[in-house]
Design a protein around this ligand. Sequence first.
Ligand SMILES: NC(=O)c1ccc[n+]([C@@H]2O[C@H](COP(=O)([O-])OP(=O)(O)OC[C@H]3O[C@@H](n4cnc5c(N)ncnc54)[C@H](OP(=O)(O)O)[C@@H]3O)[C@@H](O)[C@H]2O)c1
Length: 126
Amino acid sequence: MTLPAALKRNMGVIAKRPIANVAWRYDAKPENGYHQEYWRRLQELKYDFATGEARARVDADGAVGTAMRFTAMQKGVHVLIVGTSKPERWKQNAELLRAGPLSAEVEASIRATWKETAQEDWIGQT
Ligand SMILES: NC(=O)c1ccc[n+]([C@@H]2O[C@H](COP(=O)([O-])OP(=O)(O)OC[C@H]3O[C@@H](n4cnc5c(N)ncnc54)[C@H](OP(=O)(O)O)[C@@H]3O)[C@@H](O)[C@H]2O)c1
């Protein structure tokens, strides 16, 4: 079901993998099969927020902050699931969302890059 369809039915929506396994952290193809497809797509997308120094930044405009804020700002999304093995990160990640939605310019740029680059078979992953 699409997000607009869920909205229409007044359903709660959980966004899974908003940070895509942090696949931008890898310089070479990751060994973990779950991470490979995200990594492959990011090689083509070359998002500003997921390349260069932004990859490792821990502020709200770094890669994790941007990815979470982008997902959380979508109308109809209620909850994000972000996995971590480090309990302190749960709070740190939640704090990044305090910055609120991305600017309209940054959101538009992320969408435009996706539209220009994404292939038909770039569907949601399990
Ligand atoms: N139903 C299903 O079929 C299914 C399948 C797979 C996963 N899931 C669920 O989906 C959720 C998310 O999956 P996931 O954990 O595989 O992927 P994820 O949330 O996309 O990524 C988790 C990874 O992100 C890292 N991370 C988290 N916050 C970070 C930060 N601020 N900076 C840098 N790295 C950060 C974690 O590293 P650290 O551990 O070092 O923090 C971990 O390696 C989980 O709840 C999982 O149970 C469900």
